[in-house]
Design a protein around this ligand. Structure first.
Ligand SMILES: [Fe+2]
Ligand SMILES: [Fe+2]
Length: 320
């Protein structure tokens, strides 16, 4: 029977949904529902902001690295994070938003970044722990995003993930070196893991039951796994690495569950998570103030670059 005209399907919406069903990519010039675009802008912007705010806790240690080798590694790692921010801001711009607008929203506190970067890096062991646990959690989150439905986001993630695995290895290697050192160094690593373990588990977001956007994001193939699923994967991947390192995650409920073939683990302190998201974490104010200052002090560079671009090439700079 023919459909009555009042419920006739919108051909644009049908073609969008077909693309998603086929597991194909949506590209910038394709039609997309407004809510899909808004969800992506929010997620990709938040991701981009996390990359550049994430430069701060580790950047603090570049001038204090214990050797030239460690300094070179850390410098390369922090520089990679700036690059990740740039890929992601560019991906976000293909959705029709201006980068200056995103930056304004970040420094006004209207867009978020990952709450993990509101925790301080207090010792050089934290450089290792951040690489191992924070970049490790980022990898668990980001590998499935290589198959996300929005083309520019998925392609940015492929390159980012390759660099993140270098980040995780350098962190693990630093910690392994310290664990072969003195008792004091071993204690420093354990103390660092004690501080970063729970905030790393919080990086996957609230429990599924309290994550209202997950179902829609999964229906659109933006998200490929739920928060709890990714958190479990991270714990299963990380616990054997902790054993190999010789550190103990600060969770008395952590044990292997033979039946599930996975680790059982305790509940993160969700009240702390919400407090940090609200802006009451140990370094929220400092992170934003630093970002705001960098944006304001960099205004002349942006102005000069724009003036140079408007002027166009001069004859003597042409025809090389
Ligand atoms: Fe990154
Ligand atoms: Fe990273």
């Amino acid at each position: 029977m023919a459909q009555p005209p009042e419920v006739a399907e919108d051909p644009l919406l049908t073609s969008f949904e077909d693309t998603i069903r086929r597991n194909d990519r949506i590209e910038p010039r394709d039609w997309m529902p407004d809510a899909y675009r808004r969800t992506l802008v929010r997620q990709v912007a938040q991701h981009a902001h996390s990359e550049i705010i994430g430069m701060q806790p580790e950047g603090h240690w570049i001038g204090r690295a214990p050797s030239l080798r460690r300094k070179a590694i850390l410098l390369a790692k922090v520089q990679d994070e700036a690059g990740h921010g740039l890929y992601l801001y560019s991906a976000c711009e293909t959705l029709g938003v201006a980068r200056a607008d995103l930056m304004r929203k970040l420094i006004d506190g209207r867009q978020k970044y990952s709450s993990i970067f509101n925790y301080p890096a207090l010792t050089y062991a934290d450089v290792g722990t951040i690489g191992w646990l924070v970049d490790g959690a980022a990898i668990c989150n980001q590998v499935p995003l290589c198959r996300t439905s929005y083309g520019p986001y998925g392609r940015a993630m492929i390159r980012i993930c390759k660099e993140e695995s270098f980040h995780q290895r350098q962190g693990y290697e630093l910690l392994a070196t310290m664990m072969r050192g003195t008792d004091e160094q071993r204690a420093m690593v354990q103390e660092s893991v004690d501080r970063f373990w729970w905030p790393s588990l919080m990086m996957f977001g609230p429990p599924d039951a309290e994550s209202p956007n997950t179902a829609q994001s999964m229906a659109w193939n933006i998200k490929r796994n739920t928060n709890d699923d990714l958190r479990q994967r991270f714990v299963d991947m990380t616990v054997p690495q902790a054993e190999a390192l010789g550190v103990t995650p600060p969770d008395p409920d952590l044990r292997w569950n033979e039946e599930r073939g996975s680790y059982d683990f305790g509940e993160p302190d969700w009240a702390e998570f919400k407090a940090v998201l609200r802006g009451d974490g140990p370094r929220n104010a400092q992170r934003l103030a630093h970002r705001r200052r960098a944006w304001e002090e960099g205004a002349w560079v942006r102005d000069a670059a724009m003036a140079f671009a408007r002027r166009g090439p001069r004859p003597e700079e042409d025809g090389r």
